[in-house]
Write a protein that binds this ligand. Structure first.
Ligand SMILES: NC(=O)CC[C@H](N)C(=O)O
Length: 345
């Protein structure tokens, strides 16, 4: 066993032949605990430490040599840009180690898809990175975390998962980080992609049906090893009777870009167009996304993006559009470069 402080090795010897998977724990419901087995929705997230999580799953040792590190112990709605940078840097360090074959990140489900997309944009590796959470705490009846975690370790340990970027293993499905989102907030089948999962993992075997087509990991122009900080990018939500108050406050608060979570095909209320253009005149980039979860935003549909020099977020949800825009601005990208990135990533 490796005598690294804070690292627990749960696999039994002879482990050398098995792939080595590092589980980076960040909190969430997969580390949650409730008062009784009936508490499937009322419980405290981010309670159980990673060594206890791994020790409770002897099945893991059949899959891989597993070590665990507690990176954070938080609910994922509280994730900050600093958390993203810290986590991505640690993943990047680990994947460079020849003795590491794959990475699992355990995460609260609320912003799991954001973190997974960020890792896929910034970590350069062909080693599998599986991000996983659960919808029920381990103390609940029909808790889903145990199998989700075993599946994540299996995928992270798999040669056939190499080169497929960051994957999300929830509810027996293997999803690509780019496409997947939490679309249901109370059932175990919570993670969906409008373009469909890449495959499934069942009883320790991966069944693949397709591969990601968009740029990620090794083909990405972003690299966590060279990113020092992320610029402030905020989201403004569209709704009936919306007023420019939020736009003005966010610009005054230092936003370098605004993601407009528009109605329909990224439409913008007539009274919001000038406030957004005023923000832009102060150097704030404007990105048009949609609050509608499925479909995608087209350039120059609903608003004249060419004329205004606005960017269309394609099929990226506002919260994921924020991540790509931060990374683009950190590289000093122009609006046309950011538009290219929305087509490519
Ligand atoms: N199912 C969950 O993980 C939700 C718990 C918590 N809100 C989080 O995202 O961390």
């Amino acid at each position: 066993q490796d005598a690294v402080p804070g690292v627990v090795t749960t696999a039994a010897a002879p482990a050398a032949a098995r792939p080595h998977v590092v589980v980076l724990a960040t909190g969430g419901t997969i580390a949650g605990a409730g008062a009784s087995a009936m508490n499937s929705a009322t419980y405290t997230a981010a309670k159980v430490p990673v060594d206890k999580l791994l020790a409770g799953l002897p099945e893991l040792s059949q899959v891989a040599r597993v070590s665990g590190e507690q990176v954070f112990q938080i609910a994922s709605e509280s994730f900050t840009n600093d958390n993203l940078l810290t986590l991505a840097r640690r993943v990047s360090q680990l994947v460079k180690q020849p003795d590491v074959d794959g990475i699992v990140v355990t995460h609260g489900t609320d912003t799991l898809a954001e973190t997974a997309y960020f890792l896929g944009l910034t970590v350069h590796t062909d080693k599998p990175i599986a991000v996983v959470g659960s919808m029920r705490p381990g103390t609940a009846l029909s808790a889903d975390g145990a199998l989700n975690l075993v599946n994540a370790v299996h995928v992270a340990a798999s040669k056939d998962a190499r080169g497929k970027g960051v994957l999300v293993t929830m509810n027996d499905e293997i999803q690509t980080a780019r496409d997947v989102n939490k679309d249901v907030n109370i059932q175990t089948g919570a993670f969906k992609s409008q373009w469909g999962p890449l495959g499934m993992v069942v009883e320790g075997r991966n069944y693949w049906f397709r591969a990601p087509i968009k740029r990620h990991t090794q083909q990405s122009e972003f690299n966590i090893d060279t990113i020092e900080r992320l610029p402030q990018v905020d989201i403004v939500y569209a709704y009936g009777n919306v007023q420019p108050t939020a736009v003005q406050a966010l610009v005054a608060g230092g936003a370098k870009a605004l993601i407009h979570a528009g109605t329909g095909n990224g439409s913008v209320a007539d009274r919001m167009v000038q406030p957004l253009r005023d923000a832009q005149a102060q150097g704030v980039m404007i990105v048009r996304s949609s609050r509608v979860p499925y479909g995608f935003v087209l350039r120059n549909a609903e608003q004249p993006d060419d004329k205004y020099d606005w960017v269309a977020a394609h099929d990226m949800r506002p919260e994921k559009a924020r991540l790509l825009t931060m990374l683009a601005l950190a590289r000093g990208a122009s609006t046309s470069e950011l538009q290219r990135m929305f087509w490519e990533y």
